[in-house]
Design a protein. Sequence first.
Length: 364
Amino acid sequence: MSTPPPIRRPPFCPNSSCDSRKNPTAWRYTKKGFYLRDRAPKRVQRYQCSQCRRYFSSQTFSPTYWLKRGDLLESTFHRLVACSGMRQIARETGVSHSTIRRLSDRLGRHCLLFHEAMKPKNCPSEPIVIDGFRTFEHSQYWPMDLNLVVGASLFVYGFNDAELRRSGAMRPAQAVKRTILEKRFGSPNPSATERQVRELLARVIPKGGSVTLRSDEHQAYPRAIAKLKHRVIHHECTSSKKARTTQNPLFPVNLSDMLLRHCSSNHKRETIAFSKRRQSILYRAAIWTVWRNYMKDRSENRKLGPPAKLLGLIPRALSVRQVLERRLFPEDFQIKGWLRSCYFGRIATRAIERCEVHRPRLAT
């Protein structure tokens, strides 16, 4: 796979503290030579901002910045939504597993911002459905829910995570091990689902918005809705035991759960390719969300176009190359709270005492 073509003219100074960001029309720059590299683009133009005097290059605005193997970014995207595990991708491409993990994290951060840029800015004009997709991190002793909000158009408006305590049938030895792990790492917060559902709904439904929300009979949903102020939410409950047909009011999220498990190797039943870090689960969920909303057809047989086309957000399905056309900078988006923590890799895994976070380099 080839890398995106280099830019012909830098659109702005990548330094977020530069005064030119307030008035980009008056911004000036000068060319400062170039440097050579082994892979395409082999000749990279250098620039200098005329105001802050910072140096940058045409690669600064590419999603492949600071990458030696930028040619793997597009193919890694395809493989991650095609149920390939990271070690499997590493074997196929001849690189290390850690390289694929870093590429996956980079794609996840890009897709988080891409979805923020493309999603509807107003309150959803269609009924939305919320549900928790059950999976686990690190081991089966640490289950979690991936909360999804999906519209009747099958558009995924947002997601977040909620830690859970392992329940269900356990052998005596498993119950003892759970107790030992909880003494060492702490017990999951029993109110995590309510808190995270409230955060997700507040992000999807702006203040002053009115929407019909459908869910199953989980007790955390009405408690979370009751604490949301300045929003009108008409809550409709449907039993989770009802047949999961197209007539089920929860069909959009049921279909999304099925497709997410089908397309993601880390969510397969009895898999050994499960994610060891919750942050990795969220990055891959962001990749899947962009693929589902802007690339994947709503119907494989009838060719209706992706959900974003139905909502009028795009004229046609996007390709991976179009999604990765230009680098997106977090300073250009009003990301805060959980979304900001997710972008910068601050969502911790309880069973891992030291979690790696993302530290922006060069152009921030």
